[in-house]
Write a protein that binds this ligand. Sequence first.
Ligand code: 5AD
Ligand code: SF4
Length: 465
Amino acid sequence: MSKTLFIKTWGCQMNVYDSARMADVLAPLGYRPVDRPDDADMVILNTCHIREKASEKVFSELGRLRALKARKAAGGGRMVLAVAGCVGQAEGAEIMARAPYVDLVFGPQTFHRLPELVTRADGHPGGVLDIEFPAESKFDFLPEEQTGQGLSAFLAVQEGCDKFCTFCVVPYTRGAEFSRPAGPILAEARRLIHSGAREITLLGQNVNAWHGEAPAGGGRHWGLGRLVRAVAELDGLLRLRYTTSHPGDMDDDLMSAHGEVPGLMPFVHLPVQSGSDGILVAMNRRHTVDDYRRRVDRLRHFRADLALSSDFIVGFPGESDADFAATLGLVEQVGYAQAYSFKYSPRPGTPAAELDRQVPETVRDERLTALQALLNRQQLAFNRAAVGSVMPVLFDRPGRRPGQMLGRSPFMQAVHVAGDDALSGRLAEVRILAGHPNSLSGCLVGRDGAPVVPEDAPRAPEVIA
Ligand code: 5AD
Ligand code: SF4
């Protein structure tokens, strides 16, 4: 019998990937994805615990769904309500206690057991909790992908983390570092391409720490540089990316791939968190500012036009004005195409939450504003610097206005052109005419460099991401 499934996803790309795989696990049970919770027979909240207010958001969403569930029950129907992901893992017992109408709570490592969990929840009015870190890997039990992810697909190659940065919940919510073997990764990549993917992003919490068994087995292992080269050779794939990396795991084989593998995009997300050595030690990052700068230089040695993105935390406990100034200084030196910056948020159970010298909220606010102003200036400068150049853009969706298409540059910039749906799924050369804070606009050019669509065609407006 056909049943409907609604999944709401918060957090990182790994969560987006996991949600797609949960839908795959539930498909053989007759569940088909829908876009609204209102008519769903099952609702899963796939949650994120990385920063504060995560669990409050989950509880307020649960409050709304509770009313929906009650309405369904009053009409003789049933809605299975589940909490998945990192809040489920970290606060499963509390969720069961505070929201007894929740049928199921499970973490990122047990969703391959969903069929069994759904059956158990059926005869268990008190709800079912599964936040174990099982000995088996879920990847060995997940069915093949049922639904393609479209033109640009995620592929999880590595999960979890053994680095234990003192601010971070990931080692506790996702568990120990684990690398999938290369064989199943290549098989999944081939299936994604077969179902329409032209761009694949290899995912991992610490993706460049990946060290999976080689396809031939025999106890031999590959690093990410080798895997990137193998995936890039697959027929039909146009673009390859990987995220998120740790500076300490950036080896020469991976960095040199940026100079040797044409499909590997010249854009790397390499979080540094802080520009102060003292703060990096307190964060247990295991690298210095100089190590980071040298990695950046080496990447640019292999690929001169490589663009960088990063994550920053401001207001880590003990961060002085001088430490923060060092972060601004590093940003000035490196020059980012884009970046994410966050106020430090003490996470329960992490070592940094116990540190003295927490930075006052007002100071954290001021520092975040200053850092974001600088990063926004750099992003605008980077976008404006593209004006006049011609670059390949992979088009995947209509723009906001009729007659516009939206795609991505090699550097992940959103690019608008005048064009129609025939462009969808195509890689086309675009002359960049304008750089905005969050996007570029341009016009298609033919092989001879002449515009395909007249330059005076309606100009694409800025898109606020
Ligand atoms: N507070 C603020 N930001 C955090 N991040 C991770 N943990 C915290 C925290 N406790 C940020 C880091 C990381 C990104 C995914 O989220 O910058 O790289
Ligand atoms: Fe959030 Fe981290 Fe879990 Fe991703 S792994 S959902 S970022 S807490």
